[in-house]
Design a protein around this ligand. Sequence first.
Ligand SMILES: Cc1cc2nc3c(=O)[nH]c(=O)nc-3n(C[C@H](O)[C@H](O)[C@H](O)COP(=O)(O)OP(=O)(O)OC[C@H]3O[C@@H](n4cnc5c(N)ncnc54)[C@H](O)[C@@H]3O)c2cc1C
Length: 504
Amino acid sequence: MNLHSEPEVAGSDTVVVIGSGPAGAAATLLLVKAGVKVLLLEAGTTAAAFGLTARLAGLTVVRLHRQMRTRSGDVKVTGDPATVLYEDIAPGGLTNHWSCAVPRFSHDDFLDGRRAGEAFTWPLQYEDLAPWYDWAEPLLCISGSNQGAPQLPAGKVSDVRALTGVWQRIGAAAQARGQAVVPVPYVYGIRTTLTFSGTVFNSFVRIIKPLLGSPNLAVRFGTRATHLEWSGREKRVVAVIARDAATGADHRFPCRAVVVAAGSVNSTKLLLQSASSDFPGGLGNTEGVLGRYLHDHPLGKLIVEMDRPLPFQPAAYVTRQSLADTQPLYAASCLQWSGVYTLARSILHGHPGRLRSTGFSLFGTMAPSPQNFVALDPATKSADGTPGLVLNISYPQESEAALTSARDRLVALLDGEKLKPRVALWVLDPVGSAIHYAGSCRMHASPKFGMLDAWSRLHAVRNVIVADSAAFTTGSEKNPVLTAMALAARGSQKLADDLRAGNI
Ligand SMILES: Cc1cc2nc3c(=O)[nH]c(=O)nc-3n(C[C@H](O)[C@H](O)[C@H](O)COP(=O)(O)OP(=O)(O)OC[C@H]3O[C@@H](n4cnc5c(N)ncnc54)[C@H](O)[C@@H]3O)c2cc1C
C-alpha cells in the first residue's frame, strides 16, 4: 500500500476521533475543551451535510434534507431477510435525519440485564453516567418534564413541559399500574431556530462547527478510516490509516490514542478490519466477541381512533413497566406522534392540538445474543476497497410479545378514560427500521463477554475507545443518542485524564 504520512495534522500527541455523529462530536468537544489535540476524520464531505430546518416555537415549518438511503451492495443479510441497514456518510451522520427524542436510560435499565445472568451485566450503573447526562443535555436544549419517573429520570431540560387534561388523568391511571406518562423529551424544544442542516440538531453543525477555529482541532472531510495500525512492540495503536474519497489515496495519521465513533456497525467493521498478527480476529478481539450481541429496537407502529380527540402537544411518552412486572430484558415504551403535519391535520378537523386519530411508535427490546452479529464478508468489497459486511440478526419471539402487551396496555389506558379506542393500524417494522443498531462492541467487566471496559476502552488495547452505541451491553427501550453521547464524554474525560497523567 502506498501511504501518505500526515505528521503535520497528526502526531504522537494527537487523539484521532473517527466520525462526527453525536458520539464522535461529544468526544471531540470534551477532548478539545480538555486541551487535547484532536484530529477528526469524517468519511462524508461538507457538501453531503446539505439541509435547512426552520422551526417556529418548536414546530418544524421548513425542512430540506437529503433522502435517507439503505446501504446495500456490500451488505449480505443472513438473519431475518427483511433486515435493513440505514446510514448517512455525511458530517453529523444520522443526525441529518433523526427525530430528536432524548430520554435518559433509567436506573433499572442498567440493572435489568443482571437478572438474565453475567453476560448481560453492565460494568457501570446509572449513578456513574448521571453526571454525563447532565453534561450532554444542555448541549441539546431539551424540552420535557423536570419531574422524574421511575422508568424515565428527568433530565436537565431547558423548556419545562407538562402534560395536561386527559393525559394527566391517564398518567395517574398508569402510575397505579407501575408505569408513567410524561412529555417526550425532545431536542431544541419549543425554540424558534434556523439551522443549516436536515434537522434542528445535527451534531456536526451544532457541536463541531463552533469548534473549528480552535487550535486544538483539525478536521479531515471525505476521509474514511480503514485500519487502526497496532504496534506489537509498543503494545498500542500508533496510527490510523484512512482513504481519501476524492483521490483514492491512503493516508497514515500517527496518533497517541483513538476514539472510534463511526456508528455501531461501521465502528465494529473498522475494528474487524484492523487485524494483525497479535489480533487475527480484529483489533482487541481476544475472545471472539467483536461483532456479536448486535441488537436493535423492535419497532411497532400504532394508530388508534377514538370517540373524543386526544391532545398531542406536548407528545406523550408512556414508559415501560417496572422490572418486577417484566421478564428480564423485555420491555417497550410508546411515543406519541406529533409535529407540524399532525397539527395541520388537527386544525383541518376543527380542534387544533387534538386529534381523534393518533399514532404512536412503540420501541421494544431484544435480549442481546451472540448469535446476532456483524462480520466481514471477504466475498464482497465496500467502496473503499475493504471487505463487505454480513448482518445476521433476527428478533426473538419475546420482542413481539412485549410490543403487543405495551400496545394493549396503552389501549386499556385510553379506554379507561372512556375514549373508546379502536386499533386502526398495527404493524411491526422490519429489523433495522428503528435505526438503533447497538451492542456489537459492547462493554463488560470481562473480556469474555465484551470488548470494552467500564470506560469504553478496549480491554486489550488501552489507547482505543469505542464511543458509540456499539458499546451498549444491553439495549433498553430508550432512544440511544443521549446515552451514547454521555458514554462518549465519560470515556473521553478518562482518556484525557490518563493522557495528562502519562498513563497511556
Ligand atoms: C429517521 C431517524 C430518526 C431517528 N430518531 C432518533 C431519536 O429520536 N432519538 C435517538 O436517540 N436516535 C434517533 N435516531 C438514531 C440516531 O440518529 C443514531 O442512533 C445516531 O445518529 C448514531 O450516532 P453515531 O455517532 O453512533 O453514528 P452516526 O450518526 O451514524 O455517525 C457516524 C459518523 O461516522 C462517519 N463514518 C462512518 N464510517 C467512517 C469511517 N470509516 N471513517 C470516518 N468516518 C466514518 C459517518 O459519516 C458519520 O458522520 C434516528 C435515526 C433516524 C435515521
